[in-house]
Write a protein that binds this ligand. Structure first.
Ligand SMILES: *Cc1c(COP(=O)(O)O)cnc(C)c1O
Length: 386
């Protein structure tokens, strides 16, 4: 009997963690024995290591990428009446940090090729109430952060980089998180540097800002039981830091594998004509960007994305849609009354995008299965048409 081919998962975290199991156990055992579950030495070491990795002077651990964004806005004193420019085509946390403080998100449309903020549309959205700009380095590729920072600096507006998906990415060889006043990272398990739970980090080239971020992350308390500001409780715990230090050692290797997988998709998909015919559009890499491939995102034309996704699911091939509902269409942001016609590329991307399996341990055989499944979808529909 022919064995049924195994399913291809969108992501297999266990497969990626398995080779480092002994290292994790050793690092975690040390934390257990130390009894220092918060503020342990691994936390400050990881802060230093992430700062070095991102070529920025200071790093401050916190509880999540979402908290990192919130803390950045809190430290900048953003509040009611203030405007913050951000893409609508992003994860919720890039926007909730703004509304949570009573400020107003001003949505900027994206470029259709990179899915990142369209820098040409940025200037037109700046008003005298603009207090920050949050570019998101989506899918592991930096936005045009040089131009964004230039536009912002000319007007004295701080840039907060949402680098949750982009640790190790760079633009003009300068790392994500080192361009803006603050860089925000997430260690959510699916991110390129993923922990075994929640975690986040803030980077800043400004020591005063880093100190303020630390103050806000620690109840605004300094010294003990004296509260200078109303901060929050947002800590990176020692267990996470210990795990993340192990993973950071192997991050370069993991990114190399992701890059190889993306090249292989490009080659295999191109061979199938679907790309030439415009049915599928492959990811575009900005020549100035070093892409770290947190996601491999194709576009599916002619309203066929959901049918293709259903076909892949039938064939046991995982896929996902990041993001099906842009932020300006979310129920919780309905009172912002955003005109969807002002964000045409955001709207189209949410209808066409499809994210294929990519993780360091994905095998060539699995990628071939993904490609075969995509090809069989189009062959099947060609037969129906004929
Ligand atoms: C994951 C993510 C976040 C939030 O990070 P958490 O650690 O899950 O809170 C913020 N922004 C973007 C773009 C993300 O992908």
């Amino acid at each position: 009997m022919v064995q049924a081919p195994k399913n291809v998962p969108l992501l297999d975290i266990n497969r990626d963690n398995q080779p480092h199991r002994e290292e994790f156990i050793e690092a975690l055992t040390e934390v257990v024995d130390s009894g220092r579950f918060l503020f342990g030495p691994d936390v400050s070491s990881l802060e230093q290591e992430v700062a070095n990795y991102s070529q920025v002077e200071n790093a401050v651990g916190c509880a999540s990428g979402s908290d990192a964004l919130l803390l950045a806005l809190m430290a900048l004193g953003i509040g009611p009446g203030d405007e913050v420019i951000v893409p609508s085509f992003t994860f919720f946390a890039s926007v909730s940090c703004i509304t949570r403080l009573g400020a107003v998100p001003i949505f900027v449309d994206i470029r259709p090729d990179t899915f990142n903020m369209d820098t040409d549309k940025l200037e037109g959205l700046i008003t005298d109430r603009t207090r920050a700009i949050i570019p998101v380095h989506l899918f592991g590729q930096c936005a045009e952060i040089d131009r964004i920072c230039q536009i912002a600096t000319d007007r004295d507006i701080p840039v907060i980089e949402d680098a949750a998906q982009a640790i190790g990415a760079a633009y003009h060889s300068r790392p994500a998180g080192s361009w803006g006043v603050v860089g925000c990272f997430s260690f959510y398990p699916t991110k390129n540097l993923g922990g075994m739970g929640d975690g986040g980090m803030l980077t800043s080239g400004d020591a005063g800002m880093a100190d303020r971020l630390r103050l806000f992350a620690g109840h605004g308390m300094r010294p003990r039981y004296y509260h200078q500001v109303v901060g929050i409780n947002s800590r990176l715990d020692t267990f996470q830091a210990a795990v993340l230090r192990v993973k950071l050692k192997h991050l370069g290797e993991a990114v190399e594998k992701r890059t190889m997988i993306s090249s292989r998709y490009e080659r295999l998909l191109s061979e199938h004509q679907l790309v030439n015919e415009g049915q599928l559009t492959l990811p575009y890499v900005d020549p100035n960007a070093f892409h770290v491939w947190n996601q491999y995102s194709i576009r599916v034309a002619d309203g066929r994305r959901d049918d293709l996704r259903a076909h892949l699911a039938e064939q046991g091939v995982g896929s996902e849609i990041y993001y099906p509902v842009p932020m300006h269409r979310q129920e919780c942001f309905a009172d912002l009354n955003v005109d969807p016609d002002s964000l045409p590329e955001t709207e189209l991307a949410s209808q066409e995008i499809l994210n294929l399996p990519i993780f360091p341990g994905l095998t060539e055989a699995e990628q071939l299965r993904v490609i075969d499944s995509i090809a069989s979808f189009y062959q099947q529909s060609a037969r129906v048409a004929a």
